[in-house]
Design a protein around this ligand. Sequence first.
Ligand code: PMP
Length: 413
Amino acid sequence: MTSAVLDPALSTSAFEPAQRVRAIGVSEILRITDHANALKRAGRPVIVLGAGEPDFDTPEHIRAAAARAMERGDTRYTVLDGSPAMKAAVQLKFRRDNALDFALDEISVGAGAKQVIFNALMASLDPGDEVILPAPYWTSYADIVQICGGVPVSVPCSEANGFRLDAAQLESAITPRTRWLFLNSPSNPSGAAYSAAQLAPLCEVLLRHPSVWVLADDIYEHILYDGLAFATPAAVEPRLRDRTLTVNGVSKAYAMTGWRVGYGAGPRALIAAMAVVQSQSTSCPSSVSQAAAIEALTGPQHVVAERRDDFQARRDFVVAALNRAPGLHCRVPEGAFYTFASCAGVLGRRTRGGALLQTDTDFCNYLLQDFEVAVVPGSVFGLAPYFRISYATSMVQLEEACARIASACEALT
Ligand code: PMP
């Protein structure tokens, strides 16, 4: 073997990312956001509606709990997949909100729901295993599946069916290699949510396929409008409980994206395998963040409903504004803080500069370049031609952004 230090050819060779990284590339959402921010730095008044992040601060009582934890010396490693107190808070949350009962060793806490999902796939996928992703889906699902050696199987869900997967689609997507079905309700990016009645036929299909597991990503549970009742597969169909991982977190409900705490609950054997993965990556979630998350989950809950009402007012405004813009069409989303509007009606038209808009990416580039609004094309989420707006920003910004989008559509010929 040649030493890299002694061999000049090796020591100057360019870095080559590993195959698993090359397969996924850089997140398109990050690329768009970076580009929009670069335009902003160059002095252009760009409005960025890309980020999936609440625009309010972590509530005071939660921050105070973190400060107290630091003061009393909660500054060391905790149990690797969550402190006993944190797991007890998660246990309480599932009982209170979802009528689901989990033992502490059926609960895993990680640095965000994203790490919990990553751990679950790392712990369960063998090369070539398939994961069914109803499209449009959160892009990270497909990327994480690929990093873990699996194959994302995208199933397009039509707007006519509310961007929801139906039983026949699920049945035909299942193969002997299917390991997981991902369900995300309310959804990023469509905002679509499943009621218990809409989940039931999917559960029926799953009961016929005992080797398929379910990952329910419930991170937007509390951002659900019009009085709709939240439903999650493990509660809707208890016979699926022994092959369902129910994932949730504090990022969205309590405006805690930077604290990095998420959790999942499911069968003990899966949770134990996930702990093995976590033990060799981050060792444990941050001790101080866990103290904050305990307060979030067990403290006063009124903030959750207040924020939801704020978001609902913004949703109503954005949906109405988009539906008035010529060529756009937006279904009313049931939850989360995204709209997923069709731009089919503007494709085939030309900008003032003469450019032909052929795809949703063309339309989003046009909005950014000519009207200084950054949104994300539906193709990034596996369904075109659409675009996603994150309305987790102030009404003032949303009014200006929607006025610009309307002008952009009116200017087309
Ligand atoms: N799931 C979905 C659908 C999301 O949109 C996000 C955040 N964008 C996450 C999971 C990850 O959240 P966390 O901050 O808990 O990692």
